[in-house]
Write a protein that binds this ligand. Structure first.
Ligand SMILES: [Zn+2]
Length: 390
């Protein structure tokens, strides 16, 4: 028996089977929105021993996408067989378009959407796994996909590719650019505050991150490039814990005194190091000393994040004074300035973090604070607070 048919029968045992081009839709209900029923099917890869089963998002009467989750195949199995250059050229002309994918987290699901692309019959959905590989998780004939396999506090990455059935083979389009969706557990109606740590990474960074993790909290670390160079592990540790990594220049220079070229170099040198760790450049920066000139604004290339609570921790080097500076002044939407290179600050942070949580504050990154307070951060513009807009 043809393997495809055998597998089809396996599915048929659970529900109804409809065969349409290369898509198998198995549903428990009778409502199946597939109009074109043609020949055959072959989802199975040669040599595969696993049944292609699974999923149907659609409930009777539902308007949700009809999707089919397939057993994840590593990317490599998708490579087409050998072809001549001419054939490849022909395929390039025939290829379906490339989807532009956007995604958001809503009601416990990640919802991906894209516009119809040329020639597409179905779309393959890929999701980055723990090893950093994009694995195919589903196919759909819709222009949206809902992923319920997400947990709060994580980021997810997707790609989508359009596919159609050519005369003798599947024609696959290029994969979309990566679509990142952050699944956070922030309640926009509750108080939130952004703790920020400058001048690191240093030997206390990891301890502070551990405390954040224990308290389901996040912070933003504005790192100095040359220190990242010396201690990339601490930055990676913070990033993996969901903290935001911002730029604090490469040399902790007073940017207001630098030429356009030097400002750019301070930023790009630091970005290169951050990108190696996080996969992308820093979204935000904090000017050393809070010092900003006209040349800085024009050339810094990022929103400049200042602060509304200055703990003066670098000056007092006093744990209690640092704690008081925060706890006696904090309010919803504040941005707190501290420095993770000083031991008394580390000791203060270990108390401030649980104290704020106890008072009902959500400890969020600066980008999260901006998002939930509706601030559209612009390059070269400085921000001190992100209070609720009236
Ligand atoms: Zn600094």
């Amino acid at each position: 028996m043809n393997e495809g048919i055998r597998k089809g029968l396996v599915i048929a045992a659970f529900g109804m089977l409809v065969v349409s081009n290369h898509v198998v839709y198995a549903k428990q209900a009778s409502e199946v929105r597939v109009t074109e029923v043609t020949t055959q099917t072959v989802n199975a890869q040669p040599g595969s021993t696993e049944a292609t089963t699974q999923t149907v998002n659609a409930q009777p009467g539902s308007t949700e996408a009809t999707t089919q989750t397939v057993n994840a195949q590593p990317d490599s199995t998708e490579v087409m067989t050998t072809e001549t250059a001419t054939a490849n050229q022909q395929i390039a002309q025939e290829k379906p378009g490339t989807p532009v994918v956007t995604g958001e987290y809503n009601r416990k699901k990640v919802q991906l959407t894209w516009e119809v692309v040329d020639k597409a019959q179905i779309y393959y959905i890929f999701k980055k796994n723990a090893e950093g590989k994009f694995i195919k998780i589903a196919e759909t004939d819709q222009t949206c996909y809902k992923d319920k396999a997400v947990e709060k506090g994580n980021d997810y990455y997707y790609k989508v590719r359009a596919v159609y059935q050519g005369t003798d083979r599947l024609i696959k389009g290029n994969r979309s650019k990566v679509c990142k969706v952050a699944v956070d557990n922030i309640d926009p109606n509750k108080k939130m505050v952004a703790l920020t740590f400058d001048d690191g990474p240093g030997k206390y960074t990891k301890t502070i991150v551990d405390c954040l993790k224990e308290n389901d909290a996040k912070a933003t670390f504005f790192v100095v490039g040359r220190s990242v160079n010396a201690n990339p592990g601490a930055v990676r540790y913070a990033y993996k814990a969901g903290c935001e990594i911002g730029s604090h220049s490469y040399n902790h220079s007073n940017l207001a005194n630098l030429s356009a070229k030097d400002v750019k170099k301070e930023m790009s040198d630091t970005d290169k190091l951050i990108k190696k760790i996080t996969g992308s450049k820093a979204t935000l920066m904090r000017p050393p000393y809070g010092s900003i000139g006209d040349i800085t604004k024009k050339n810094v290339g990022k929103p400049m994040i200042l602060w509304s609570i200055d703990t003066l921790d670098w000056k007092t080097r006093d744990t209690k004074k640092t704690i008081d500076a925060v706890m006696k002044n904090v309010k919803d939407g504040d941005i707190v300035l501290m420095h993770d290179i000083h031991e008394p600050t580390k000791d203060a942070a270990l108390q401030i973090i649980p104290k704020l949580k106890k008072q009902g504050y959500q400890l969020v990154t600066v980008s999260e604070l901006a998002k939930y307070r509706g601030y559209n951060l612009e390059k070269g513009v400085s921000y001190r607070t992100m209070y609720k807009k009236k």
